[in-house]
Write a protein that binds this ligand. Structure first.
Ligand SMILES: [Zn+2]
Ligand SMILES: [Zn+2]
Length: 147
């Protein structure tokens, strides 16, 4: 499926195609801070699946010493996709997408979950996270579509 993503203020818009609908939630402490809640919710797609429609120049980013990176709208602070370091993949924050047909297939970093965090009843539970290749497979997005 295809979905459009729009930040809170509307300055930044993008579209993603070839989405399987599979998403994950990460309960690690970094994702908690980044998402401002119990977890953050995302998926991963190949770089060529994403098209910036407008406002790419309004993206600001911050990278932690460890390499953890977050990208957000300069104007409203909403999370926007960011390219995984050294890889041809984009991390997509699901909450900014217009399409709502998604299913949680993985719950990550449950060892680090906040005591008040609620874990989705769907999906595989991981104490930390699986190998990147296994993870990408689980998300099952059409990573190599060139259309
Ligand atoms: Zn914005
Ligand atoms: Zn995380």
């Amino acid at each position: 499926m295809e979905s459009r993503g729009i930040c809170l203020c509307g300055d930044i818009e993008f579209s993603v195609r070839g989405l399987s609908g599979n998403i994950y939630q990460c309960h690690c402490s970094l994702c908690r801070k980044q998402g401002g809640s119990a977890s953050n919710t995302g998926t991963v797609v190949a770089v060529e699946q994403l098209t910036w429609l407008k406002g790419e120049e309004h993206i600001s980013s911050w990278t932690k010493d460890s390499g953890f990176k977050t990208c957000f709208c300069k104007n409203c602070g909403a999370l926007v996709p960011n390219q995984l370091r050294g890889l041809n993949y984009y991390w997509i924050p699901i909450g900014v997408l217009e399409n709502l047909s998604f299913k949680i297939v993985a719950n990550l970093y449950l060892d680090h979950k906040a005591p008040w965090g609620v874990v989705s009843s769907s999906g595989t539970n991981y104490e930390t996270m699986p190998e990147v290749s296994e993870f990408i497979k689980l998300l099952d997005n059409e990573l190599h579509t060139s259309k």
